[in-house]
Design a protein around this ligand. Sequence first.
Ligand code: PGA
Length: 251
Amino acid sequence: MRIPLIAGNWKMNKTIDEAKAFMQAVSEQVTDPADVETAIAAPALLLSTMLANNPGQKLRIAAEDCYWEDAGAFTGETSPQALAAMKITYVIVGHSERRAYFNETDDTINRKVHAVYRNQMTPILCCDETMGRLEAGEKIHWVVSQVTGALKGITEEQARQLIIAYEPSWAIGSGKSASAEQVEEGCYLIRQTVADLYSDDVANEMRVLYGGSVNPENIDSIMAKPNIDGVLAGGASLNAETYLQLVHYQK
Ligand code: PGA
């Protein structure tokens, strides 16, 4: 049984005061993690405030990115070792905005996936897909190559813990979510890719999320599909009330 995960991605939003107010409104209202797990990925600057305002620790606190070395002369980067020492649970790796604006490649994303596991955290590995590729019928090749590239050298035991988010870039921040059928197809494709790389057993254990304009209106139909284990919501996770609506989706 895969436990659903309702994750938020704040991107480069919120101040310390705003993060604190969100935690006060949300942290005790989320579901029992044994039933539905919840997580918010926030900018590194806000993580200590969030961890300090999380009584009961039901909400997992996640980072949006990290560097692939543990520590050293890498000005401006976020250390995975420091994130682990803070008790960060998940780290988003390879978000399409990182790929598009910061030139991240399958190779650098693969190094980051290794760094996250090496520091006993779990990656939320994002793979995207563009409308152009979808129309050109290249979707399968593109998604498979991103997943395969990101998982080079990752062991079967590590892959069992993995979370992959399927995020068509045309659906991110556009208000136009992919249909529940398109999402199911993308998530199924990712699970099959993991089955080919490892085994059916591993593929059935790892979780696949969908991201791209998820909101309280469309979450129920998305979550009803068998291969979708949760969501990664951007805009809808910024508001406490809306995020709680996602968390309490209709099962
Ligand atoms: P969105 O972002 O929900 O605002 O479309 C999703 C994401 O980028 O993870």
